[in-house]
Design a protein. Structure first.
Length: 90
């Protein structure tokens, strides 16, 4: 932080000029802060949450498929299809 009072005054004037120029070009501060900024944040959060959910579901699917494949063991064929029971003769 500068100790020279003239430098402090010049920086203050420069800051005020920049703020006035920005307000003149872009409007007042309440007009510049639109709801659009918060909507972008919400949409970004929703997209990030969807990607995280998709990753979790994909991981669960892969692990369940690998676990189902381990139950059959190496070299075994798939279990036979279910057949109807034989009719009972009296």
């Amino acid at each position: 932080m500068p100790l020279n009072h003239d430098t402090i005054l010049l920086e203050t004037v420069r800051t005020r000029r920049v703020r006035l120029q920005s307000a003149l070009l872009h409007g007042g501060l309440p007009e510049r802060r639109l709801v659009n900024d918060n909507v972008r944040r919400v949409l970004g959060s929703v997209v990030a949450a969807a990607v995280a959910c998709a990753g979790c579901v994909g991981f669960a699917l892969v692990t369940s498929l690998l676990a189902a494949g381990d139950d059959r063991g190496p070299g075994r064929a798939a279990p036979p299809a279910a057949t109807a029971p034989a009719p009972v003769r009296p």
